[in-house]
Ligand binder design. Structure first.
Ligand code: GDP
Ligand code: MG
Length: 400
């Protein structure tokens, strides 16, 4: 599961990425061993079950700070795109290559209207972020359409030779883009397209199909960035009427995380305020910068929005829930005695057996049953995992 950060140039994508991936607390176990250049690790923040269970935990695959579980998740910073990118303008198809693996998107827009579609300064402030959203989405759709259209006539003819063949061909063709069979099937049904007669699909059908497929397979939220600037206010109101929008101030978040890293303030990403550790130790300009963040961002918007955007991407768009597998259901620990060692983000609807497979493929294969560690209740393979479940998985293998 990967979240992609997209948008035109100069909206603050890299600032957002840098802020989201900066965490001062060190992590013992780095979960992603190979991190490619534009990939980074951000953290999902959820209330940790250690609080309701009233236990002291020793996280291994994640962190727990003041009863907040911080779970590493992957982010990819996609190259900025300009109108015509799907035909190779700007960095062109580079952005689309970066996007392939993304399951959900955070679309960063410059809500202030102070940059044009190419990302150049627009001092009048009348660049319209709504139009930016639309052109970025359109480039994506055109790109998807171009992939489908390449040899559509041949695909369509081949597909008509056998019932159900179209879905197989499309699934194969789009598998590298994190677009699955269910998305394809769902869109064809919703649009009332004839899967058995693809030679009859018009160009317009293909165009609409591409758009619906993007919406289904790459759900996106709008991070309305630069919310600290005065001209952002009215634009954010307009955007909220038509899209899922989270007002953001990525630069402020970066400043707060850096200040926290240097021990100047106490601040956990997502908080609505911070406290200064040593008032006397602050330089005048540091004090001033922090006051500005309080005034323009925290007091105006409630938070910088960066953590909220990450959380929303994983929990709302993707439908994630957080569960805690343990090996000892009484101590709630792993074998080494680490209490609540691991937190896993799984998709709503995942079963106990799905979780077992995620922990270890062998554990999935040899799964017998699971135990709800909070209640002692035995759970079958098909039990649907619930948020904050703590479970022990019992298997036949030697691991059990
Ligand atoms: N006022 C304001 N400026 C920001 C914010 N985030 C980024 N910027 C500025 O926007 C410009 C572009 O930022 P950058 O992250 O490089 O954008 P990218 O091209 O989308 O990666 C830089 O000058 C940033 O300092 C923000 O939250 N508020
Ligand atoms: Mg950038």
């Amino acid at each position: 599961m990967i979240t992609g950060i997209i948008g035109k140039p100069n909206t603050g994508k890299s600032t957002f990425f840098n802020a989201a991936t900066l965490l001062s607390a060190p992590m013992a176990n780095y979960p992603f061993t190979t991190v490619e250049p534009n990939f980074g690790v951000a953290y999902l923040r959820v209330p940790c079950v250690c609080k309701t269970l009233d236990v002291k935990d020793n996280p291994v695959n994640s962190l727990c700070i003041d009863h907040n579980r911080l779970i590493p998740v992957k982010l990819v910073d996609v190259a900025g795109l300009v109108p015509g990118a799907s035909e190779g303008r700007g960095l062109g198809n580079k952005f689309l290559d970066d996007l392939r693996q993304a399951d959900v998107l955070i679309h960063v827009v410059d809500a202030s209207g102070l940059t044009d579609q190419e990302g150049r300064p627009c001092p009048s402030g009348d660049s319209d972020p709504m139009q930016d959203i639309e052109f970025v989405e359109r480039e994506f759709d055109l790109w998807l359409q171009s992939i489908l259209q390449k040899d559509w006539a041949r695909i369509a003819r081949t597909a008509e030779s056998r019932a159900g063949k179209l879905i197989t061909i499309l699934t194969e063709r789009l598998s590298g883009l994190s677009i699955g069979e269910n998305d394809i099937l769902g869109v064809i049904q919703k649009m009332g397209l004839k899967a058995d007669r693809p030679t009859g699909w018009s160009n317009e059908d293909l165009s609409n199909f591409s758009q619906s497929l993007r919406e289904a397979s790459k759900p996106a939220l709008i991070a309305a960035n630069k919310a600290d600037l005065p001209s952002s206010l009215k634009n954010i109101g307009r955007l909220k009427a038509v899209r899922k929008v989270i007002p953001c101030a990525a630069e402020a978040e970066l400043l707060l995380r850096r200040a926290s890293q240097r021990g100047l303030i106490k601040y956990l990403p997502g908080d609505s305020s911070f406290t200064v550790n040593d008032e006397a130790g602050l330089k005048t300009e540091q004090r001033k910068a922090l006051d500005l963040v309080s005034e323009k961002v925290l007091n105006s918007w409630g938070s910088t929005g960066v953590q909220q955007a990450i959380n929303s991407a994983y929990l709302d768009l993707w439908g994630g829930i957080v569960v805690y597998p343990v090996e000892d259901e009484n101590k709630l620990s792993d074998r080494k005695g680490n209490v609540l060692p691991d937190a896993y983000v799984v998709k709503k609807g995942s079963t106990a057996k799905d979780l077992a497979s995620k922990v270890h493929s062998e554990l999935g294969r040899t799964f017998l049953y699971a135990l709800n560690a909070k209640t002692g209740v035995r759970l079958g393979a098909d039990y649907e995992m619930q948020d904050s479940d703590v479970v022990k998985i019992v298997a036949t293998g030697r691991r059990g």
